[in-house]
Design a binder for this molecule. Structure first.
Ligand SMILES: [Mg+2]
Length: 264
């Protein structure tokens, strides 16, 4: 546990880790303040590409957590980063929300609905999904079998107050049934978001830790990025799930309160 005191960059999942739905955990602000006052840095890491960073700043403000743009690493930002590296300046078809489109436009990408101009297809968690978009992507994938095809995140469902709604991974499965193609996935469990956070901040793998409540996304992204991981049992993982999983976190804690007690 002493090793955790030497960590400098703390990459937090949000729901189930720092709050649950609309209820902030009572240790969250003190934990974030403690990291800052001891010279460390934290970032919020989210797979949800339907919301922009500004949306998240507002959501956290409502819960009582102050945050700025630089505190976030989202799958939309990571997707823009990946595109900049591999498909710079290409014209995109985006099956995603206006928020995702804005993020990509802000990175200099042209987004079109003229299918003959499209060079890369990007799928997001599209809470504004229409049948027309599904038809467009079907056409693109079927008529051009080598067109680059990217998804912001692999989640099958997104939690809501009443249960869950289909997320990006479920829609990609519908398109798999049509085209036989699977997208290249950017968000957790892939390592790109932790890697991007380290590149941005200049911290090393040894100085970085991922904290989250899901093994198959949060913990896996940390393991894939080669950094330390803390599984918190304050969200959706049960001890039964943990026992059955092949992916083992470095630390298991009841909640972020335990991390706070170590860092204090
Ligand atoms: Mg979570």
């Amino acid at each position: 546990m002493d090793k955790l005191k030497q960590k400098k960059l703390f990459l937090f999942d949000m729901d189930g880790t720092l709050y649950l739905g609309n209820r902030l955990y009572d240790f969250t602000n003190e934990l974030l303040d403690t990291i800052k006052s001891s010279g460390g840095r934290y970032m919020f890491m989210t797979n949800n590409s339907s919301r922009s960073v500004s949306d998240y700043i507002k959501k956290l403000a409502c819960l009582g957590v102050k945050a700025v743009r630089e505190d976030f690493i989202t799958s939309s930002q990571a997707t823009a980063y990946y595109l900049n590296k591999h498909y710079k300046g290409k014209t995109l078809y985006v099956c995603g929300t206006e928020s995702l489109k804005e993020e990509l436009r802000a990175n200099g990408y042209e987004i079109t609905e003229s299918l003959d101009k499209v060079e890369v297809v990007v799928m997001g968690f599209d809470t504004e999904l229409t049948f027309k978009k599904l038809e467009d992507v079907s056409k693109l994938l079927l008529s051009r079998c080598d067109i680059p095809y990217i998804a912001t995140n692999p989640d099958y469902v997104c939690p809501t107050e009443f249960g869950s709604v289909p997320d990006c991974g479920s829609v990609c499965d519908m398109l798999y049934n049509v085209s036989g193609r699977r997208p290249l996935v950017i968000g957790k469990p892939e390592p790109l978001m932790p890697i991007l956070a380290m590149e941005h901040t200049g911290y090393t793998r040894e100085e970085t830790v991922v904290i989250g409540d899901r093994i198959y996304t949060d913990i896996k992204s940390g393991l894939n990025a080669g950094v330390s991981t803390i599984l918190v049992m304050s969200g959706e993982t049960t001890y039964e799930i943990l026992e059955k999983s092949d992916d083992k976190p470095d630390y298991v804690m009841e909640s972020g309160k335990e991390l706070l007690d170590i860092l204090k």
